[in-house]
Ligand binder design. Structure first.
Ligand code: SF4
Length: 358
């Protein structure tokens, strides 16, 4: 891992972003924002899954007028996503949101941006200048209307400079392309040219399966270069899945509040226990944990004891059951019908000892 890029520290609600703060995970609700009850229900689900910051779209006045009740109904920082109509941004700020996301390319007049900037700074909130390949200004596009990496980066940097010029002192930038290679390149340029923290994501990544993989490759490659302070995985799926995937990306890189990680073998002809079933049950049982924990589920005595020993808690399949390991020590043999319960029991005991759960 490269050393993380030094960025300025901003605070969104109570969540620090940039300047060495843990990488935070965000998502966006897909309920009707004006339906406060449904939106808050989803915000609660996102929070339970480990979401640090939530964003809501504000397509009209009705949605804007609901923001105050949404902010009051959650402890998560709320970011209002605004396009086209600067009056909605002003309304969102009046309603007490913690941040606004704008794309200067979708705002018509400089004077409108200036009004947003002055109101955001007066409210002490963060402004994300979020540029997307799909909504990049026409004049910035290359031949054939393509949103090249350099054009995305330039657009975001120009937007940030504009907002700074209007007095904004809390800025976040994003340069999301739906193409992984272009996103990586755009983030590299912005990280080199700007001190502001970066919100990293691959836009319109796709459905759960393919979107998770594209996001893991793209966001993972960017984070591995020490670039990025907060992430959002964009999936055509329940937003809770975005948080689950985001947390897994961070856990894979040992970043942020990474949460638990299950190491399990791919299985082969030597497998002596139901590794697939056991690994999936264990993963489900501990997915809500927020603290780092490594659990190994291995199928046989070849690599099993080695991996199980390196994990906090591990199990290695063998004849008539499996060997259980805790903190690198071989504890006892467990029969097949007790493997899940005993593994989980040891995990919970370890968590209690560490003071992580009651
Ligand atoms: S740990 Fe054993 S069962 Fe699992 S893949 Fe490796 S050799 Fe096969």
């Amino acid at each position: 891992m490269t050393i993380r890029e030094e960025t300025r520290r901003i605070t969104l609600g109570g969540v620090p972003v940039g300047g060495g703060a843990p990488v935070s995970v965000q998502s966006m609700t897909n309920t009707d924002t004006a339906d406060v009850e449904a939106t808050l229900l989803q915000v609660g689900e996102l929070e339970a899954a480990g979401c640090d910051i939530v964003r809501v779209a504000v397509p009209d006045r009705e949605a804007g007028e609901a923001l105050g009740r949404i902010v009051a109904g959650t402890t998560l920082p709320v970011v209002a996503d605004i396009h086209f109509d600067y009056r909605l941004a002003l309304l969102a700020l009046e309603q007490g949101v913690d941040g606004i996301r704008i794309n200067p390319g979708t705002m018509r007049a400089g004077s409108h941006l200036e009004e947003i900037a002055r109101a955001a700074e007066a409210a002490g909130v963060v402004v994300r200048v979020g540029v997307n390949s799909g909504s990049l200004e026409k004049r910035a596009r290359g031949t054939g209307g393509k949103a090249e990496a350099a054009a995305l980066a330039e657009s975001a940097l120009r937007g940030a400079a504009l907002m700074e010029g209007f007095g904004v002192t809390r800025i976040k930038l994003s340069v999301k392309a739906s193409d992984v290679a272009r996103s990586i390149e755009a983030y590299r340029i912005v990280a080199r040219e700007s001190p502001w923290p970066l919100h990293v994501g691959i836009t319109e990544a796709g459905t759960l399966w393919s979107g998770a993989i594209r996001s893991a490759v793209g966001i993972g490659a960017i984070l591995a270069q020490g670039i990025g302070d907060t992430i959002r995985v964009s999936l055509t799926a329940n937003p809770v899945e975005e948080i689950r995937v985001g947390r897994k990306i961070l856990a894979s890189l040992g970043l942020g509040e990474a949460g638990p990680q299950v190491i399990s073998c791919p299985t082969c002809a030597r497998t002596e226990i139901d590794v697939i079933g056991l690994a999936m049950r264990v993963e489900k049982a501990i997915e809500g944990y927020r603290f780092p924990l490594k659990v190994a589920v291995m199928g046989c005595p070849v690599n099993g004891p080695g991996e199980a020993r390196e994990a906090d808690v591990g199990i290695a399949g063998g004849r008539d059951g499996a060997m259980l390991f805790v903190a690198g020590e071989k504890i006892r043999h467990v029969p097949p019908d007790k493997m899940f319960d005993e593994l989980l029991g040891e995990i919970e005991k370890m968590m209690r000892d560490r003071g992580e759960v009651d």
